[in-house]
Design a protein around this ligand. Sequence first.
Ligand code: HDE
Length: 761
Amino acid sequence: ETNPLKAVADKVADAVGDGKGGKPSIPGRPSSATPPVEEPTEPHGPLPPKPDQEGPGPYSPTGQHTKVPPTARAQSGAYLTSAQGLRLPDSDHSLKAGPRGPVLLQDHHLREKITHFDHERIPERVVHARGAAAHGVFRGYGTASAVTKAAFLGKDVETPVFTRFSTVLGSRGSADTVRDTRGFATKFYTSEGVFDLVGNNIPVFFIQDAIKFPDIIHAGKPHPDREIPQAQSAHDTFWDFVSLHTEATHHTLWNMSDRAIPRSYRMMEGFGIHTFRLVNEAGETTLVKFHWKPKAGVHSLVWEEAQLVAGADPDFHRRDLADAIEAGAHPQWELGIQTFPDTPEQTFEGIDLLDPTKIVPEELAPVQPIGLLTLNANPVNFFAETEQVAFHPGHLVPGIDITDDPLLSGRLFSYLDTQISRLGGPNFAQLPINRPHAPVNDMLRDGMHQTAVHGGVAPYKPNSLDGGCPFFAGAAEGGYVETPVQVPAARKVREAPASFADHFSQARLFWLSMTPVEREHIIAAYSFELGKVYEQSIKERNLRVLARIDPYLCEQVAAALGLPAPDPAEPLAGPQPSPALSQLGQTWPADGRIIGIVADDSTDLGTLRQVRQAVLDGGMVPLIIAPAGGLLGADGADPLPVQRTFATARSVEFDALLLAGTPAPGKDDYAARDAKAGIASAAAARTDSRAVLMLTEVYRHAKAIGGWGDAAEVLGKAGIPADAPGVVVGTDATAVLGEVVGLLGRHRVWDRFPTAADLTA
Ligand code: HDE
């Protein structure tokens, strides 16, 4: 009787034993002259990087700036082993009693492999489950040194960071472009310990007290009976809650604005929301609000685009971040602070600084830049880094302290608590992505997944056995000493301060700060979301909330719902608008924008190549779209690769579209020229329904369109007049591109959106 496994094992032993082909040999085994077998395989070199996407190597999970090749193999070493290091002869067949016999329980390799697989998933985050992250570096400007002693904010101090962006409501596999708030959490691995700035892309929150968090999240998550809808606020429970709990009005209005459908994580602002307290060397304190300002500007999708992307590319934001970093277009944000005197009232210009449903308009307190964040490396392993990273607003460093915002107080409890169950015990700070870069000398011991082997016998204080070590650090030694703020003498109550009762004045402030087109988008968003609500009474209650923000907003949404518009029950508050809240009106660099170029076999390749290069030189990404894949000009010396076909491209992927028309036809008619060019000819672009759809969508979403040669004719097929706003048709392709890039600076061709004339009031 021959054991089939033994035969394999013998083959392997023979293969590894001869030491000839550079194969590692097993110490102590005699060598053999048998020729090597095919398995196990020899290591082979890493795969080449994708074209045009060579970027910096990612940092190691510990953030220690060790370069790990982006295409590093999943394994090291030539032989597959068990978790115990045992070399394995086979991992494709279970151990059986004969080839057609039953599988044996004694197959410990089968059991180890399946058992580990069974436990590969951990619970997703209860909120912010869907996210993407990147490594980077933060450089302090030193401008904050007068108000804080935090070392990492010092001039030119560089600190490694890890930033995770997320949606709030959806589960881990949900689409990126849903209407939702985005998380913007940054871990700074400072010399004084980890500092986490765990913020959002919206500067206010739904609730003023952490005790309401389970309520708002239960209302926003899918209905408990059918578990629908996924990653949406457009359903009854959400609108039920926010209309009954009117402190949510301000945040809800932001969520109905374009801020809730960002074009890219790279084009979002970030906010710490709560007021924090900074402390300088002299012990003086200043109240501050943190802001992240993206260098690329604040830009959004339009709602139809967001919905299309959710189907066409659910990973849109995740892909955009990773691709941009890989291509070397490293996204950057300036960190800034608004500063307020630390007075006993903790108010500024009448605004309660402890109320997280309120902003302080930038016109009243300008944002002062204090440092620059650059994200420059993608994670090596999504699970180890993006999934296992554990942020906590209580991760603070000397010079940054908290305030008594009751929402922040609850968060200080929640993050550690949830991470204990999500990450399976209390030792997740030992995970590579969470390890501080400052020395750790805690007396925390044992517990699930303890990976440290602590020496000594005295993990307690005071001790004499370790000579009393370690010692406490006072402020002079860099110890974190809480600011001894005065706590007002008070009664123990479950109450909010009177100022927290104002739920509408800042919602109105936000509405008044929007441009007409932004207001139209808000009206459309409310009309969509409330239109998805089944209960009539919930719709009506929400209209009563809208009446307290603005009568026009209320009327328009009521009309869309087919309901009468109620009158405001109370007079509208009359705040000054804050123009800084609008996303329109400025111009921004076009770096990292995606330019689709529709071409085909009849396109003049010389011009196409020139334009493509000009797009690249401008720091943007050109993607050539053609009727079919492969190469354009395949029979020439320098063909151009097709990156998208009419089958794989959808308009929503592009920030602007160029039509590489064919040269002027002269006396030839198009049909004759097309016949000459063959089957995949210009005629394809002019008549293919997918190309026409692409053009009409790009036009409807107010994106810039450029074209040369016979482009005007192609546009005509899509019903787009060549003289429409934001449509540039010319004979000089480079000049056309120049104009299109100019239009991109304002993100969209805003004139293309129809706007009601009486909306400017
Ligand atoms: Fe969070 N939040 N949150 N949150 N939050 C979590 O922590 C919580 C709030 C924010 O990328 C959880 O590890 C409470 C405001 C971000 O890993 C949890 C309250 C802001 C992330 C939690 C809030 C945030 C979270 C879930 C009300 C903006 C993702 C998983 C008091 C300033 C971090 C986890 C990441 C994640 C609790 C409100 C931002 C459950 C109780 C306000 C960006 O601990």
